[in-house]
Design a protein. Sequence first.
Length: 730
Amino acid sequence: PANTTMACSAPMGFVADNTDCNDNDANEHPGQVWYKDADSDGYSDGSTMTQCARPADHFTAGELTATSGDCNDANAAINPGAMEVCDGIDNNCNGMTDEGVQTTFYADTDGDGFGDPANTTMACSAPAGFVPNADDCDDSNSAVNPNAVEACDGIDNDCDGVVDEGCSCNISAILVSNISSCNDQGTPDPSDDTFTADVTVQYMNPPGSGTLDLTGDGTASVNVAGLDGPNSHTFIGVEMAADDTPIALTANFTDGPNCNFSVANAGIAPSSCSNCSVSITNVSVVNESCPGYADGSITITATGNGQLEYSIDGGVNYNLTGVYVNLAPGTYNIVVRLLGVPTCSATQVVVVQAAPASALKTWYKDLDNDGYSDGISQQSCSQPMGYKLAADLTATSGDCNDNDPQAYPGQVWYKDADGDGYSDGTTLTQCLRPAGYFTAGELIQTSGDCDDNNPAINPGAAEICNGIDDNCNGQVDEGAAGGLTFTGNVALYTQADVDAFSACYSVIDGNLTITGTGITNLAALANLVEVTGAVTVQTTGLANLSGLDGLTSVGGTLTVYFNSQLTSLNGLQNVTSVGGSLMLYYNFVLTDCCAIHGLLNSGIAGAKYIFFNSTGCNSEAEINSTCTSSSLLAPPTGSVQAANVSSFEGFKEISLFPNPADRFVNVVILGNYEQGRLRAFDALGRLVKVVRLEDNTAEVRIETATWDEGVYLLQVELDGTVMTKKLVVR
């Protein structure tokens, strides 16, 4: 199209069509069919492309020898015109391998280098146990072959078709008679078992000098002057091996040229008579597990009448164990024999099979087990740690972080900037985890967080009295507007517990327990007005009770004891009513009790126990004497008159804290005693703990972490007085 001319008719070298893509190549034109010939051997595998421009490695039909039939277009030496060679490949693409080019090889069973013409195979190169010649006339006897020296033994030793050529021996026979029984020589080794026999040699015209020698399985010699007669001589009692094999003997006149004679079977020797017993009872073979691993194994089980030794290489090497591991594929010749007794053995042949190629699989790395791989793979017959087959994966590549099971293609991430487990509903869909984002499974809720910058604010938060919508329900401080009542028992064990008590509560509908030596300030309880149950302050670090100044009513017993730093009861001055008893003791530095002077005289429904404090607070009388009189309060409605306990001779009392308990409980014992015992029983009445109490032990700690949840009874016996308290373990 780039080279044109205007004319009424086509000038030479011009046409009316302008679609040629290369006007310098006659083969390149629209509609041209191109045949693929990647190895440029003139043969195509039949793949075609139809277009103007010549594709790479493509030719026209006229440029090729054949447009199809190449069975390996990546190898120029393989095509329909190639010559078949012996290499295990179909070189000429006719569907057959090595046809007409293999060589005939002959079995060499006896290993003498000469083949058996009756046992052949076709191959490119000689297989194991085969040779390229067919010259052996007895492939079962390595002493018989074209290279052997002919012997006078009735055999064609040199395979020339002639038997005993060149022999002029005048010995005609060797006869065995009078075969004795086996003699075991007094040992269990059959290799030294023997027998005796008479051997008669028949001959004609013996030489006049030299000796007649007998060799082979038995040996003997006689001077020709001592021969029995002109035609035969008998060797009496020749000793031979008792091995249950044919008796082979050779007779020879030393001074007679070529005068020898051999017989391969002059009779059968007796069997060995030693106590030899070896039996292979089982052979377990484990084949190679993966190509190239060489991890096969053979386990041999055998019995015998002595120590056995084992071989898998035909007796070349022996071990005292029958277990062989890390074996390459192949044939193994097992020999089991009595230790040091070569003739007492059993044999077996086994094969360790090579692993099939199909055992090798491609495994893809998925360390985080999320079903996605990052594309790294390896081949193995068994599953490597952290790898899976493609069929077990959602995708074999694309994982952006294979150490995070949550990070994979298409993951939906929910924003939770404050990490409180609640999202505001913002999402991102990507593989990598964005900062401040989590999966749905990692969150409590995927939406609803009304302040995603404050982990204390979310739909699962408890509403507290703070002017904030803590639980994201659209309301602020619902149920916490002034004068709130806390229902349940309150136990404060640390200063942090005290400080965390909400100022929204003015009433505790239950008991209040304050215990812990780390508690030094009760300011957080300033809004508390009423406790419907008992109030107990024990074992604290408080110097006074400031912070309870708003408290006016205690429905149960008011107990203050074992506070080693307490010097004043200031903070209780506004308590006007105690529905139970007053327990004030073992506060050894308490000197100022004037805060309860008015309560002491008219506001206590139960008994009063005041003792073992410091001077000024050691009895009701001391308090009344020390403190200025004030108007007496009326006792609570329906109460009994308060008991004034001024003498505590024989008084005993126990208390438990914390109760309920989860890890331990402290048992506080008030009163003097000489001997005691503490026992704990479960709800079924079973005894679970016994503690012997020393003289006047004031406190015992019992570990309850391993106890089952439930109700227990703690029984304390002091000098015959038995007291019982209920303990709840949770």
